[in-house]
Design a protein around this ligand. Structure first.
Ligand code: ADP
Length: 220
């Protein structure tokens, strides 16, 4: 059975209780550990993703960071994405999947990747699945960061006063939350159907949430 199928079938392959230890005896083509972080804007994916990636010794790949860099450098990708991002809308699936394919072709992605905010529509979820399957890989876990709306708005407002991201102005924030509700929230159900989601209550200190992430990956 292909690695991808096996990983999607928790009853046959009970990785829920052995997720990390399993990597020590998987076949070489199945050594990769791929973890996707999901949640609304402001849920703390970036902060937790950095901690997790460092702990696992994996690269963190955030489409938001990559696109912001491209905008700053004025590359063709950045020129295409700039207005859409600043308005708080989603960049097209084609662009995102192109970027994912490029990222996964890099040698440092061979052992696995922490994907931060990379999948925001169902076609992107399907595309990422295909790209990973081409390498004999599949997502090992989807961590969903759960935060109330009131907390999200407070966090984004605070970030706005510190970082001044163009898409943290109130109108763009409203669009980002709308894009999240309409296009990204259904992705959660898509992954729930495949049995790979772990819910992380994302309120509390950075250390507390990081500990929940560690626990969810080891024991869920
Ligand atoms: P947040 O999730 O807090 O809105 P990010 O830095 O992750 O912030 O993303 C910033 C912007 O980059 C998004 O609002 C969107 O325009 C674009 N973006 C990032 N990832 C994707 C994706 N997978 N699909 C579509 N657009 C994306």
């Amino acid at each position: 059975m292909r690695g991808a199928l096996r990983k999607w079938a928790p009853s046959y392959f009970p990785l829920t209780s052995h997720l990390l230890p399993l990597t020590s005896y998987l076949l070489p083509s199945e050594l990769a550990l791929d973890i996707l972080l999901m949640g609304p804007p402001g849920a703390g994916k970036g902060t937790q993703g950095a901690i997790l990636a460092q702990r696992l010794g994996l690269p963190k790949f955030a489409t938001g960071d990559l696109l912001r860099d491209a905008v700053k450098q004025g590359t063709p990708l950045g020129r295409k994405a700039k207005a859409v991002m600043e308005a708080g809308h989603l960049v097209s699936d084609d662009i995102i999947l192109g970027v994912v394919r490029e990222e996964l072709a890099k040698p440092n992605a061979a052992k696995g990747v922490v994907f931060d905010g990379v999948v925001r529509t169902v076609p992107q979820a399907e595309g990422v699945d295909r790209i990973l399957a081409d390498q004999g890989r599949a997502l090992d876990a989807v961590l969903f960061f759960d935060v109330t709306d009131a907390e999200l708005l407070a966090r984004l407002e605070k970030r706005r006063s510190i970082e001044s991201r163009p898409d943290d102005d109130p109108k763009a924030v409203a669009n980002r939350l709308l894009a999240y509700r309409e296009q990204t929230a259904p992705v959660l159900a898509w992954y729930e159907d495949r049995g790979v989601v772990r819910h992380i209550p994302a309120i509390g200190s950075v250390d507390e949430v990081a500990e929940r992430v560690r626990h969810a990956l080891n024991h869920a």
